[in-house]
Design a protein around this ligand. Structure first.
Ligand code: GLA
Length: 412
């Protein structure tokens, strides 16, 4: 069994479960089909006709269709990766995960990821905006006043979230068209590798950065492996900004979802959502998700951190180290359960506080505050300005590497 699957199995499955069943859970039982290119109508409704169940004989496969064309003539492709458990669509624009269709406890497939139906929507509304499904770089979350100093040189980043720099600046990774390479891994699972070269000085960041994100659909999981190298000392913090509603995208708020975060501590923020530098226990506060609690239970408490965030918009300091469980979310009605695993030190739980009813999602429904949650595996926000936080410096000769796995299951 590959190391990663072993890690998942060891976290999820009691030791008494026979190895053969673990393999079944983590999935290596499907053979990837040929990589085919199929042209389809631009802007096809992403959530159309979800299957009730996928046939047991179905082979995992990856196909593509033309999602749209940018004003400068660049084509944006949409890759659809399907196996028996999951169908997901990924765009070369921003590496955006547009949809994720997974079954509920009765086997009904629904899209559980928030997003838009068309490329024009993403271009116009995703940044500034919610960053639905996007790859975030070069630096996830905020850098105070858009300034940091590295090796004695002070760098200035765009202020796009006054007074701070958010999610890599204005023309950030979520807006770039990445170079796709579809394929399969050694287990035959379909993969999509996206590559991007960000030139020295891009959005104020030093060094030419080569970044790669590889999406793998394996059994009931989507895995994203990130890698980056540089030719000059720089900082990097890559993540994905998918929002979920496990009852189905566009079906209302997520306040009834039960959230569990594997973290005893958090990094409190000031009123501009920049960490103060402290690392404090969550025990006894509305940020304590060490046991499953409904997201809505305490979200309107008169607690300063919730006031600053207008809800949850904080970094949790994950317990332990290495690849481990970060969070588990259960939606009681559908029974869907999302478990997330990462090797990163932190996770941002954002409860969709800035969704304000002005945007309409993939299935045409309005998104209001709290209609989706994001869980962004990451280094802590503003780390370059906090020497006590784990370092985000990347130097030539080293490789930035991180992996996040999203596992979709159900409860009874
Ligand atoms: C992150 C931030 C939020 C918000 C969202 C995108 O989660 O912490 O404050 O900017 O991204 O809307």
């Amino acid at each position: 069994m590959p190391k990663l699957l072993m890690a998942i199995a060891s976290l999820n499955v009691p030791p008494s479960v026979p190895r053969s069943r673990i393999t079944g859970v983590a999935g290596r039982i499907f053979v990837a089909g040929a990589v085919t290119a199929t042209m389809a109508v631009v802007g096809t409704a992403a959530s159309a006709a979800p299957a009730r169940t996928m046939p047991a004989t179905m082979k995992a496969n990856i196909t593509r269709d033309l999602f749209g064309t940018l004003d400068d003539g660049t084509k944006v492709w949409r890759y659809t990766i399907t196996n028996r458990h999951i169908r997901t669509r990924i765009l070369t624009y921003g590496g955006i995960v547009q949809t994720i269709e997974v079954p509920d406890r009765r086997g009904h497939f629904t899209n559980v990821a928030l997003g838009f139906a068309t490329l024009a929507d993403y271009v116009a509304n995703n940044n500034p905006g919610p960053y639905f499904g996007a790859l975030i770089g070069r630096y996830a979350n905020r850098i105070a006043k858009g300034t940091f100093t590295l090796d004695g040189v002070t760098y200035h980043l765009p202020i796009n979230n006054d007074p701070n720099s958010l999610h890599g600046g204005i023309d950030s990774f979520d807006k770039k068209v990445w170079t796709p390479t579809p394929g399969k891994n050694h287990d035959g699972d379909p993969t999509l590798r996206l590559d991007l070269t960000s030139p020295d000085g891009d959005q104020g960041y030093p060094g030419t950065l080569h970044a790669t994100a590889t999406y793998t659909v394996t059994g009931d999981s989507i895995r994203i492996d990130y890698r980056a190298t540089t030719d000059k000392a720089t900082i990097v913090n890559l993540t994905n900004h998918s929002y979920f509603n496990l009852a189905g995208e566009g079906t209302g708020d997520i306040y009834g979802h039960l959230m569990q975060i594997n973290a005893n501590r958090t990094t409190p923020v000031d009123s501009t959502l920049i960490p103060t530098g402290q690392i404090v226990p969550v025990a006894g506060t509305p940020l304590d998700f060490t046991k499953p609690v409904a997201i809505g239970d305490r979200i309107r408490d008169n607690f300063e951190q919730l006031v600053f965030g207008r809800g949850y918009d904080h970094n949790w300091v994950l317990n332990g180290s290495g690849f481990r469980l970060a969070a588990r979310v259960t939606e009681p009605t559908s029974g869907r359960v999302l478990s997330m695993f990462t090797d990163q030190p932190g996770i941002q739980f954002y409860s969709g506080n800035f969704l304000d009813g002005t945007l309409y999602g993939t299935s045409g429904h309005q998104y209001r505050q709290g209609d989706g949650f994001a869980l962004e595996t990451q280094h802590f926000p503003d780390s370059p300005n906090h020497p006590n936080f784990p370092s985000t410096v990347l130097r030539p000769g080293n490789t930035f590497q991180t992996s996040t796995v999203y596992t979709f299951g159900t409860t009874h």
